[in-house]
Design a protein around this ligand. Sequence first.
Ligand code: ADE
Ligand code: ZN
Ligand code: ZN
Length: 268
Amino acid sequence: MIKYILILFISVSVYAKNDWGKTGHRTIGEIASKHISKKVSKEIKKLLKGESLAYVSIYADEIRSNPKYDSFAPWHYVNFEGDKKYRDEDINPEGDIIQGIKTCILAIRDKKTSEKDKSFYLRMLVHFVGDLHMPLHAGNKHDKGGNDVKVKWFGDKSNLHRVWDSDMIDHYQMSYTELAKNIDIISKDKIAEFNQGTLVDWAHESRALAVKVYKDAEKEEYLGYKYMYHNFPIVKNQLEKGGVRLALVLNEVFKEDSTWVASFLENK
Ligand code: ADE
Ligand code: ZN
Ligand code: ZN
């Protein structure tokens, strides 16, 4: 009996290391679906057999319970040390979110990839572009992206990673459709600004936010209304940015003659 309790405890703590919660991922998928072209929307509908981007956005988390997919686990994040840049770090031979996104994009664009595999990599891509915009998915190596930084969330046990993945979003108590509707009020200029940069630039942007998140967390361990007030606007901006950028990625990935894809994937 004790053995089973122990196993249960260990599995719960392993799976506690999660991502943007369901609402965050779905919000990004929903926003993206409003920014993709009609042509891409049709292609995606065919590949996903009618399922929406919001619906498939958590697929990469769901399959984590199946050991068959263990090799994809490191694709949800990229860890850094201090203020190092991606190219200064040893590339994780087991993969990371940057290599993961790249693999998904190349697989979808490869004419030899089967429809079934294209559908798989599309689901994974939708998820990982979302994860890339959660600041602590470009976190520190030694604390597992803030998973080891204990905090109190309105008095309850939590950790810094979870606060950013889901505690703040859940506290806001809004559905993903309502969130998407209210966050996604954006000018053409802002979209153009979001859509600049390479994949590695986007990771560095999250890294810079993560550095600030860590610094602020040193000041207080009890996080509540004040933390929400100062940080939820950042969460909302990241969800919007993630959605708009996911649409850009999808619009280009399904464009046969895209020149954008190659420059986006350059490791600069
Ligand atoms: N596990 C180890 N590092 C992680 C990170 N940065 N984000 C999520 N899970 C992790
Ligand atoms: Zn996470
Ligand atoms: Zn993830």
